[in-house]
Every structure is written in structure tokens, then in C-alpha cells.
Write a protein that binds this ligand. Structure first.
Ligand code: SF4
Length: 469
């Protein structure tokens, strides 16, 4: 039996095959884990990634040509309408196809899916084990419950993700990360309770976080380097640095194994302040950029969102990163409920002091599954009436909540993004040093794709590494 995974993530970028880049993409770790587990149990898997199709007619042709038996669709909140449209088309083409949905949205809002007669099964929480059992039931013709709760597996019992599900090169997080670039997960979950985010992650992964063994992470990194020629990577964990002891031991193992590859991770300002030695060690072994959710430059707002950090810690964390040569990817948010224009400007001032390499501003958006989503509902603040509007992009002309001066915030975002001269010079030097490698690599790789049409991109990487081309 074959499983066709559907990745309907087009809320941000839309269909783009006709106009845009399809070689460089982001992979979805959740789908890749499911695919690996399904393959281990003897099922064939394939993918339809909406983001590389030209539109719904293209999707229909794909569905027709693949003769879908079982479709498994992951749904994030903004992608909900696209996932439902995909379900409708699959059932139109083959009413007997079995449709399974899972991922964050079905976990936090199953009531939006249970009454849809075209959806056969809803898998909530971590789905690997439940998904494979469900496939076995379907194969043997047995009917299972419509809503199934997944159970957690020990991290080291999960297989490595099936990177072959996505036929692409992973897009480097930033141009100074040399290609081939990969993403990897060292663990799952997050112990914190930021009100704009939590408890969605806890609903999927449970309280707290858990990590793979260092040996398992090291073995996967070795495989990526030895087989596919990995030159840089990113830890995709919500907060890679939660467990200081684990990180310190990882740094030792990484160095002892002879790795020198640069990497990126996500962390928090309070952790950086508490463990400057860990940050020094991470920088020493290869951490080149830290993605940090500073969120606000105002202590009252930081308390309101339960960020668990202070403005002082945000600034100190930035100082520690700079002193260790770590570039900062700053996430911050404007337009939070109760935030005044003056408080929003405090965030602009903070970002200017932080001097990030990348200033990634967002407009607060009430995300289903978060405490502030419930708060906005209770206070009748939300202006979001479509799932696809659950995207926090400041460039969008769609207000998110009532009582926010979005015209003022746009000015604030523009001001916060003005790079200081020092950062501009650093970026120019980075471009001179690193960009050449990636441009040359991509030129050579595109040439190979032309010479070996239909070959999986990972196979091409493998051939390059083995010196066969
Ligand atoms: S914003 Fe980050 S640290 Fe806070 S709860 Fe979400 S994942 Fe955890």
C-alpha cells in the first residue's frame, strides 16, 4: 500500500512553480518522520508539495496521475483552507481514497474537522506510532476510530527522517551558511509558556521537552556529512539550548568527532544570560547565528506575554552573542494586546541597541492554541476571520486585532529594520567571503539537474560527494 503525503503549506508563499524557485525549499520534519516510520513498516510513500505546483488544476492532475489510495495531510492553522480544498479534490478524483489529517491544527482544533465526512481519520499529538498502526488497519480492511491520539515514542526509537520525501536542496537559513545545508532536530517540545505561542506545542509534544541522545544526533550529522557532503546545518528545535548539560556534552562530542561545520540554532535571552560559558563553547565549536525571540523592549509587555525575560536580559544576551562573534537573528513582535505606541517604540529602541544581523519583525497574530488567542476571543479583540490570515507578516495590509495603530507600527517596523553601518559592513564582508561558494555550488548543481533529469537531489549530492560527477 502506498501513502501520498500532502504538504499544503502555501499560506505564505502561494503556488509558485510557474514563477519561482523549486530547487531550494524547506522540508517538513513531521512529514519526513511519518514517511520514515511508514517505510520501515513496509509502506511506499510519496509527496505532493503544493508549494511547487502551479495551481489547483496542477494539483488535480497530480492526484489523478498518482492514483491516491491513502492521503496523509499535515495542517498548520494558516494552511487549513488549502488542506480542505486538497481533501475535496482528492475525494472528487477518487471517492474511495482514505484521508488522514494530522499536525498542529488537527491537534488543537479537532472540532473543525470531525464533522467533515470526507476526512476519514484525524491523528492528534505525536503521530508516528498511531499513524503506522492506522495504516496497518487500513491495509487489513479494518475500521479504526475517527479521532486517534498519538503517543510519544522515546526520541532514540524514532528513525532518522526520510529526507528523500522532499526532492530538493534545503534552503540555507542565511546566505553565509555554505551549501549543502541541512536541518536536523535534536529534540521535541518546549518547557516555556510564552502566551502568544503556548500551550500549542505542549498539546502536541506534552509538557517539557525531550532530546535525542548525543550519539544519535552525532551519527545523523556524520551521515549527512559523509554521504551528502553537508557543509552547514541548523538545529530546528524550538529551543536547542534548554538543557545546558546536554549542549555542553554535545559541543565536546562535536569537536572530538572532528566537526568544524558552522551551524545555527534557536535559543532564549534568559538562557544565554544564565549560561554564558555554554554560549562561548557553542561559538567555539561552530555556532554562527542564534535565533532569539526578544519579542519586546518593554518590561510590562514582556511580563504580559509571560516571556520570562527582562529588557535587561535581552540586551545582555545580545552583548554575550556579539562578544562571541555570534550573529543575531532577532525575532520581535509589535501590536500585542494592551501595548501602547510608546511601548512598541521601546521595542524599536531595543532592536537598535541589539544590532541584530537579521531583524525579523512580526505583527502579533492570535494563533489558535495559544493563551493570547483565547484572551483575544474573550475580549472580542480578534479581527481574523480566515485561517489563512493567521500569518504575522507586517507587510500584509490586514489588521490582526482591534485597538492597534497599524500605520504607526509600520513606521516602527521600518525604523527597526534600518541596519547600523557596522552590520552593513559585516554583511558585505560575509557576501564577499561566503556568497561565492553558494553561487558556484548552485550553478554546478543546476547543471547536474539538467544532465540527470529525474534523479533525486540527494542522489546528486551523493554522487558529488563520491566524486562520480
Ligand atoms: S515562543 Fe519559543 S520559548 Fe516561548 S513557548 Fe513558544 S517555543 Fe517555547
Amino acid at each position: 500500500m502506498k501513502v501520498t503525503f500532502i504538504y499544503p503549506s502555501i499560506a505564505l508563499s502561494g503556488f509558485k512553480a510557474s514563477s519561482g524557485e523549486t530547487l531550494l525549499r524547506n522540508i517538513h520534519h513531521g512529514l519526513c518522520y511519518l514517511s520514515a516510520c511508514a517505510k520501515m513498516a513496509g509502506f511506499a510513500t510519496e509527496l505532493i508539495d503544493l508549494s511547487i505546483l502551479s495551481g489547483w488544476d496542477h494539483f488535480r492532475r497530480e492526484v489523478e496521475s498518482k492514483k491516491i489510495e491513502v492521503a496523509a495531510i499535515t495542517i498548520m492553522s494558516p494552511d487549513f483552507p488549502y488542506a480542505i480544498k486538497a481533501v475535496d479534490i482528492i475525494k472528487e478524483v477518487n471517492p474511495r481514497a482514505v484521508i488522514i489529517v494530522g499536525g498542529i491544527h488537527p491537534t488543537i482544533a479537532p472540532e473543525e474537522l470531525t464533522s467533515n465526512p470526507k476526512i476519514d481519520y484525524i491523528v492528534r499529538c505525536e503521530g508516528e506510532k498511531a499513524f503506522v498502526s492506522l495504516l496497518e488497519s487500513i491495509k487489513s480492511g479494518k475500521k479504526a476510530q475517527k479521532v486517534i491520539f498519538g503517543e510519544q515514542m522515546p526520541m532514540d526509537e524514532l528513525p532518522y527522517i526520510d529526507r528523500y520525501l522532499f526532492d530538493c536542496l534545503e534552503s540555507p537559513w542565511d546566505f553565509f551558511m555554505p551549501m549543502p545545508f541541512f536541518t536536523i532536530m535534536a529534540g521535541r517540545g518546549c518547557s516555556y509558556n510564552c502566551r502568544f505561542c503556548a500551550p500549542a506545542s505542549k498539546m502536541v509534544h506534552g509538557k517539557g521537552s525531550r532530546r535525542r541522545s548525543i550519539a544519535s544526533v552525532m551519527a545523523e550529522l556524520k551521515e549527512l556529512e559523509n554521504i551528502y557532503g553537508m557543509k552547514s546545518f541548523m538545529f530546528h528545535d524550538d529551543c536547542f539550548t534548554e538543557d545546558e548539560k546536554w549542549v555542553m556534552e554535545f559541543c565536546d562530542a562535536y569537536r572530538q568527532a572532528g566537526f568544524r561545520l558552522p551551524f545555527i540554532c534557536q535559543t532564549r535571552a534568559d538562557i544565554i544570560c544564565r549560561h554564558p560559558d555554554m554560549i562561548r563553547k557553542l561559538a567555539h565549536v561552530g555556532l554562527r547565528m542564534a535565533q532569539i525571540g526578544f519579542e519586546s523592549g518593554n518590561d510590562r509587555v514582556l511580563r504580559f506575554i509571560s516571556k520570562g525575560v527582562t529588557l535587561k536580559q535581552n540586551l545582555e544576551a545580545a552583548r554575550i552573542c556579539h562578544s562571541n562573534g555570534i550573529r543575531i537573528f532577532a525575532n520581535y513582535m509589535l501590536g500585542l494586546p494592551t501595548e501602547t505606541n510608546a511601548e512598541a517604540w521601546d521595542t524599536v529602541r531595543m532592536i537598535k541597541k541589539i544590532k541584530p544581523y537579521r531583524a525579523s519583525a512580526a505583527f502579533f497574530t492570535p494563533h489558535p492554541g495559544s493563551y493570547l488567542y483565547d484572551y483575544c476571543k474573550e475580549k472580542n479583540l480578534s479581527l481574523i476571520d480566515d485561517h489563512e490570515d493567521v500569518v504575522p507578516i507586517p507587510e500584509e495590509d490586514k489588521p490582526k486585532i482591534k485597538g492597534v495603530d497599524y500605520a504607526f507600527l509600520k513606521t516602527a517596523v521600518a525604523e527597526s529594520r534600518k541596519l547600523p553601518l557596522r552590520t552593513k559592513i559585516m554583511e558585505r564582508m560575509d557576501k564577499a567571503l561566503f556568497n561565492r561558494h553558494n553561487r558556484r555550488f548552485l550553478r554546478m548543481f543546476r547543471d547536474l539537474v539538467g544532465r540527470y533529469p529525474g534523479r533525486h537531489k540527494l542522489d546528486l549530492l551523493r554522487m558529488i560527494k563520491e566524486g562520480r560527477i
